[in-house]
Design a protein. Structure first.
Length: 178
């Protein structure tokens, strides 16, 4: 088996997200032919809407989304569903997708790991994810999450707590069966 490709995350400029959503984006040549996927558009729309509803500026927020880059080419996206609440534990939800041609090569697993590093660096206490039951790529997505330490919670999602946490966040249900 060959080594996983070098994966990095590059923040998607807010202007690019807005142009993607409003249909005015000129597709960059550095994007893989299978990117963006439909989920990219809906994620950008959701994220922009979340910031607008909160009256917060996404420009400087660490809780944004990123292009997944392999060999200088954008092959997917990964990011947060919005900023954490202003009070209580800093909980965020993540999502990711990779062009079908690059699946099964460790790209999504590495992108998820990079998102977690980013989350911990910016003060997240808990990172959550969901895999919809009707997702045809659900088993692969579950494998990505489990490889990054996520466990199934009693409320049905998957979560991982920040390294060095004294104990599982029982109120959030972390620590349930996988």
């Amino acid at each position: 088996m060959s080594a996983a490709p070098d994966v990095r995350l590059e923040r998607v400029p807010v202007a690019v997200a807005r142009a993607l959503v409003d249909g005015s984006l000129v597709r960059p040549r550095t994007w893989h032919p299978e990117f963006p996927a439909g989920g990219t558009l809906s994620a950008a729309r959701m994220l922009l809407g979340a910031y607008e509803a909160l009256g917060r500026d996404p420009e400087t927020s660490p809780w944004w989304f990123f292009a997944v880059v392999v060999d200088g080419r954008v092959v997917g996206d990964a990011g947060f569903h919005g900023p954490p609440p202003e009070d209580g534990p800093a909980e965020v939800e993540v999502g990711y997708q990779v062009a079908p041609a690059l699946r099964g090569r460790g790209v999504a697993t590495r992108a998820c790991a990079l998102l977690l590093e980013h989350a911990w660096r910016h003060g997240a206490d808990v990172v959550r994810a969901e895999v919809e039951p009707d997702n045809p790529d659900g088993p692969a997505s579950l494998a990505v999450l489990r490889a990054n330490g996520f466990v199934r919670t009693p409320r049905g999602d998957l979560a991982v707590v920040a390294p060095g946490s004294a104990e599982p966040v029982t109120g959030a249900g972390v620590g349930g069966p996988t």
